[in-house]
Each structure stands twice: as structure tokens, then as C-alpha cells.
Design a protein around this ligand. Structure first.
Ligand SMILES: [Zn+2]
Length: 431
């Protein structure tokens, strides 16, 4: 199966996977994602706002990265990498060393002062300004992005991965020689964001928002409805649009109020940073043409988005995780017969495993055969594996696979060939 976010993995046996019994379960939380992700050893803990992801969680995050990277590349984004540590002087140039004082992790080493970067407007604008004289006009609009760990000294860290001090973020920066182009790209990035959330099976609302300390003339937040969300969203059932409280709205009066999670944010920054760093369109010798570049910045928090998908897609009071199908930790789990049962020696799971390998499906076998089929099935369901294939009494006797479509709560007995077709059809919708 060709899958853009496919991950190869040498270990296919559940018994060998690093999935330790949770020891850090949160005592009290309103957050479904935090409880479920820690109960299933996808996340070890988020103590003090610093996440520790276990291998299953890292698989999900890697797939999310691939999905977002793909969309950014499709709109002409070029990936690069900037340092996590920022020097004080560049943060002073934009005045955010003081403005963001409380949010920055600051430290001193050998008489030099630094911070751990929560975002990179300063770093990228400084970089562009240092080379802007040699950037040919054909490079504009210039779209560069990175997917890196960022740091914010967030006093209100909470809800597991939803609000943390260390987080994985995709930050895209665009540079333009004129405002019109900046607005066109702004719209294109917003469209790419809507495609990303759609691919993640999320219903999201794009709403005009506040620019806060970022500055700039135009910005939108992307919000997903969730009880644990900290934003208040007003939804108009007539225009089917969302609005933030205290912001400009449509003329209709009957709106429903919902809590919502911020999934992404787009800013048209104008010349707030390019002016401060003297990043100009510099290929011309004519002095009047040397005006600051127009800039946009666009962020998605991946660790937050990973938790948000679980919050939004998992129904209330449900104990099994629901993932967007494109980022499930594994596509298929196989549950062979219990040790000592008459079906034990048939080895059907090995036959199916070989076929799935040839098909590039992401699968593992829950080979803890001392446990009952029911127990292992429940375990797979809990971590949100969408398709579980069980070799119980009837399946083994009739040489069939018992295919459990977990998300749709359906079971079918299928031949090997039809099982492969079933899996193929199931995931082809999400390719
Ligand atoms: Zn309306």
C-alpha cells in the first residue's frame, strides 16, 4: 500500500515493543487525550510541561510531520533548520526580549545572554537581511519553514500535550516584495491549513483573531471544537461560520457557543520585523526601491495537534482512542490464538503477516499468546488500531480471517485475499 506517511519498522511483535505499564497517570484531568495517551503508553508523561513520547507516540508524530511537510512543500515551502538557542541581541532588535520576558526561557553562559526560542521571526529575518542583497528577484515570494522543538515558559501548562513548555512546531515564514503577493500567499497557506485539518478528519473553523505580541495587520486562527478547549467560539448556524467572542461577526444573532482548541495561526506581519532588521528587496541600486520586505508567518503546533485530534475525534466517555486514519500508530494488528488452544499451531498469523509485509501495510502481531484473545483485542482497540484481525476458533477452522473494523464496530469473516482488499479499500480513502 503506498502511503505518504508510511513508516517501516523492524519490530513486528507486540512482546518486543517498548510499551511500559504506565506509572505516571495524571491524578486529575479534564483532558481525555492526556488520560488515554498515557494509559496506552503512547505518551509517558508531560511532567512540568515537558513531554516524553514513547515509540508509539513518536510514530504518530512522525506521520503528522510527513503530512504537514508534504502540504508545505506543495505550496512552494522550502524546509530549513534554525538554532533552538537565540542570542539576546537579535531578540532586542525586535524588542521582544522585553515584551516576551515572562514567556522566554533565558540563560547566561560565559557572560553571554541567550533564550530558548519559542518562535523564529527574529532568527529568520536576521538571516534573510544578511543575504538580501544577493537574493535574486526570482526567489520571491520566498517561503521557508522548519519543524522543530520550541520552548515557552508557559505558567499555565496543562492537559498533557495540549499546552506544554516544550512543543514541536511547524513555522513557515514568507517574504514578499509587495503587499499584494503577500496577501495571495497568505490565502494559499490558509487553504493548505484547511487541507491539513481536513486530511486529519477535523472539522475546523477559520476565524479572524488578535495578533497579540506578534504584530501585523491580518491574522486568522484555526479552531477545532472540544470541551477542553480554552478559546470560546461562536458558531452561526445560518452562515455556518465561526467567530471569536468580542470580534467582528455576521449580522445573525442566534449563535451557539462552544469551547475550542487553537490548531493553527496565520499572520500577515507587514514590515514589523523586516524593518527592524533592515531586510530589504535589495537587488536594485535605486535607493527608492530599497523598501523593507513584506512578511507573513504561519504556525502549527504538532504535539498539540496530535492531542487535539484525540480530543476531537474520540467521543465523550469513550475509553478507546480515535485517531485520524492517516496518523494511526499502526494500520493493522493481528491477534493469534491463545497458547494451549487447539487452533494454536496453525500459524495463520504468519501467513497473513507475510502478505501484509508485501503490501507495505503497517502491522504488528500481538504475540503475547499467554493472554486471551479478548484481552489482547481490547488492548489494540484502546490504542486506536482501526483494523484488528483475530484468529479465533471459527476463523481458524474455516481458514478465514476475522476482520474487526474497530472504528465502525463491524466484524467480517474474510479470505486472505479479501482481507487484503478490505484493508486496501479502507485506507485508500485516506491516501
Ligand atoms: Zn451568520
Amino acid at each position: 500500500m503506498v502511503f505518504i506517511t508510511h513508516i517501516r519498522h523492524a519490530i513486528q511483535q507486540r512482546s518486543r515493543m517498548f510499551l511500559p505499564t504506565p506509572v505516571h497517570l495524571p491524578r486529575e484531568t479534564r483532558s481525555k487525550s492526556q488520560s488515554l495517551l498515557q494509559q496506552t503508553a503512547i505518551v509517558h508523561s508531560v511532567e512540568h510541561g515537558f513531554p516524553q513520547l514513547l515509540p508509539l507516540g513518536f510514530r504518530v508524530l512522525t506521520k503528522l510531520k510527513a503530512l504537514i511537510r508534504n502540504e508545505m512543500n506543495n505550496i512552494g515551502g522550502q524546509e530549513l533548520s534554525l538554532p533552538a538557542i537565540g542570542r539576546k541581541n537579535i531578540w532586542e532588535t525586535s524588542d521582544r526580549w522585553n515584551l516576551m520576558h515572562d514567556e522566554l526561557f533565558k540563560f547566561k553562559d560565559h557572560d553571554e545572554e541567550y533564550c530558548l526560542s519559542p518562535t523564529h521571526e527574529e532568527a529568520i529575518t536576521k538571516l534573510v537581511s544578511s543575504v538580501c542583497k544577493t537574493i535574486p528577484r526570482s526567489n520571491y515570494p520566498l517561503l521557508v519553514y522548519q519543524i522543530t522543538w520550541k520552548y515557552r515558559n508557559e505558567p499555565n501548562y496543562r492537559h498533557g500535550l495540549l499546552r506544554t513548555k516544550e512543543f514541536l512546531m511547524k513555522d513557515l515564514y514568507s517574504f514578499h516584495t509587495d503587499e499584494k503577493c503577500a496577501r495571495q500567499i497568505y490565502d494559499q497557506v490558509c487553504d493548505a491549513y484547511e487541507r491539513i485539518f481536513q486530511k486529519l478528519e477535523l472539522n475546523c473553523f477559520k476565524v479572524p483573531a488578535d495578533s497579540g505580541l506578534m504584530g501585523g495587520s491580518l491574522n486568522h486562527e484555526f479552531l477545532g471544537i472540544s470541551a477542553v478547549g480554552e478559546d470560546t467560539l461562536l458558531i452561526c448556524p445560518i452562515c455556518n461560520r465561526g467567530y471569536l467572542k468580542n470580534k467582528t461577526q455576521c449580522e445573525h444573532t442566534e449563535k451557539t457557543e462552544q469551547h475550542a482548541i487553537e490548531l493553527g495561526h496565520c499572520f500577515l506581519l507587514g514590515d514589523r520585523y523586516t524593518k527592524a532588521f533592515n531586510a530589504i528587496e535589495g537587488s536594485s541600486d535605486i535607493a527608492t526601491e530599497k523598501k523593507p520586505l513584506i512578511m507573513g508567518c504561519y504556525g502549527i503546533g504538532l504535539t498539540r495537534l496530535m492531542a487535539a485530534t484525540v480530543e476531537i475525534l474520540t467521543p465523550k466517555d469513550f475509553n478507546d482512542i480515535r485517531w485520524p486514519r492517516r496518523i494511526v500508530p499502526y494500520q493493522v494488528a493481528i491477534v493469534p490464538p491463545k497458547k494451549g488452544s487447539p487452533e494454536e499451531t496453525n500459524g495463520n498469523e504468519k501467513t497473513l503477516g507475510r502478505l501484509l509485509k508485501l503490501d507495505n501495510t503497517e502491522w504488528f502481531v500481538d504475540d503475547r499468546n499467554e493472554l486471551t484473545i479478548g484481552y489482547r483485542l481490547k488492548d489494540c482497540q484502546k490504542m486506536g488500531i482501526p483494523i484488528v484481525i483475530v484468529f479465533g476458533k471459527r476463523a481458524t477452522k474455516e481458514n478465514l480471517c476475522e476482520v474487526i473494523d474497530v472504528y465502525n464496530n463491524r466484524t467480517e469473516y474474510l479470505s486472505y485475499e479479501d482481507t487484503l482488499k478490505f484493508i486496501h479499500n479502507y485506507y485508500s480513502v485516506f491516501c
